[in-house]
Design a protein around this ligand. Structure first.
Ligand code: HEM
Length: 180
């Protein structure tokens, strides 16, 4: 997992819960990196899992709720660092249906070792999109937050529902509807 995912996560934790919480979850997580991340480095996904599990235990907020909040925040990171990719779309549905075929393809050119999910378009109309999320990292709640902020970015509001197709969250079906 790319360092930017760790550095932005720890900054968000610091701003919401304070530096002591950052130190505490790093301490508890027993990390090979010792919690010293650079945005261009690459680290084991298991480090993120430990950090977020420890944060969940400390704050009593579920891992999924934390991932969802992180997804909402991460969209602003994308806006800051990759504005050109966002500007190449003028519609949230078009953007979301291009994550697999274009956006993450570009991300992989920047970071050849990125660990990205797969999104399959199961159905698409002008005002609806059904996407199947596949990833061994089960970060679908993070995806959910990014999808909501994608609509926000265009001043639109969606109805997004999801169903886990596998109990471990590695396959999740999203139904995204555009509200008029
Ligand atoms: C992961 C970039 C849009 C879903 C990532 C990562 C990067 C990235 C750098 C981390 C990869 C790693 O740590 O190895 C971008 C950029 C985007 C974009 C630049 C737009 C310009 C989206 C959107 C969605 C999405 C709109 C949701 C539909 C995800 C998910 C992950 C991820 C769920 C976590 C990894 C996983 O679940 O396996 N993306 N992304 N991304 N992205 Fe994107």
């Amino acid at each position: 997992m790319k360092g930017i995912v760790f550095t932005e996560f720890l900054e968000l934790v610091e701003s919401k819960f304070g530096l002591e919480t950052v130190d505490e979850i790093i301490e508890k997580s027993d990390l090979p990196s010792q919690g010293a991340y650079t945005s261009i480095g690459t680290y084991a996904f298991s480090e993120m899992l430990s950090l977020i599990t420890n944060l969940s235990e400390k704050t009593k907020i579920s891992v999924n709720d934390l991932l969802h909040a992180y997804g909402l925040h991460f969209f602003s990171v994308i806006e800051r660092d990759y504005p050109a990719i966002l500007k190449s779309y003028n519609d949230p549905m078009e953007l979301l249906s291009s994550v697999e075929s274009h956006i993450h393809v570009e991300v992989r050119k920047i970071y050849p070792d990125a660990e990205l999910p797969r999104f399959e378009i199961a159905d698409k109309t002008e005002n609806s999109l059904t996407l199947i999320y596949y990833s061994s990292r089960s970060m679908y709640a993070f995806a959910h937050g990014l999808m909501e902020k994608t609509f926000d970015y265009y001043g639109a509001s969606p109805s997004i529902t999801y169903t886990t197709l596998k109990d471990d969250g590695s396959e999740v079906k999203f139904v995204i509807l555009r509200n008029e």
